[in-house]
Design a protein. Structure first.
Length: 214
């Protein structure tokens, strides 16, 4: 049995209506051969500026790279839009009824809490001391298309190595490319071509680097 889109769309519309215009609800169809166009339904797409036919986020790709039998819903985490607004997000995995180890789809909820955080910041500036002000983890950015997502992952791979591509050794490039593989970058259509060009290597070399033991 495939994804019950009409039922999920009914739920998505209800959630969006309940929480208003700041609440984006997205349905990803993972039964499609082309994951670059996984979004099949979206309410309040203005929150992340995504539309029907857009692709998955980093969180989605990263989840699909792991053991799907152990995959759990990712609830109440922070993400960030390309224009810097902060969202409270939840990712709910929809399993195949006849094969629970298979993920057919994803229901994602992204609530824009930027204005609420501004209010919180104003209040905290009055009631907190210097000792209470600890650094927080940077939210994951939600990209508008898979090309931007791959660009983000490439930047993260370079940051992981700590030097520009021009100065990377073979071992550095292996580290960067294995990071991309673990992050699900190669689930993106034609990503191999872009990654090969980015690191100045052939596709044959690219796939040999993916296979190097960690």
């Amino acid at each position: 049995m495939g994804l019950n889109l009409s039922f999920l769309a009914q739920i998505a519309k209800g959630i969006a209506k309940q929480f208003g215009d700041n609440c984006e609800v997205v349905i990803h169809d993972l039964t499609k051969k082309n994951l670059d166009e996984s979004i099949v339904f979206i309410e309040n797409g203005h929150v992340t500026n995504r539309k029907l036919g857009a692709g998955p986020s980093h969180v989605v790709l990263n989840a699909l790279k792991g053991d799907l039998t152990k995959l759990e819903d990712h609830l109440g985490y922070l993400t960030k839009t390309t224009d810097g607004r902060i969202l409270k997000s939840s990712t709910i995995f929809i399993r195949n009824e006849s094969n629970p180890s298979k993920i057919d789809g994803i229901l994602s909820i992204n609530y824009d809490i930027t204005e609420l955080l501004l209010v919180e910041k104003s209040v905290k500036s009055i009631i907190t001391s210097e000792a209470d002000r600890l650094p927080s983890k940077e939210p994951e950015r939600i990209t508008q298309n898979v090309s931007d997502l791959l660009d983000d992952l490439l930047e993260q791979s370079v940051a992981l190595v700590g030097k520009p591509v021009a100065l990377m050794t073979k071992e550095d490039k292996v580290t960067a490319i294995q990071f991309l593989n673990d992050a699900g970058a190669f689930l993106i259509t034609k990503s191999g071509d872009k990654v090969s060009n980015y690191f100045g290597i052939s596709k044959y070399t690219l796939y040999s680097y993916i296979g190097v033991n960690k």
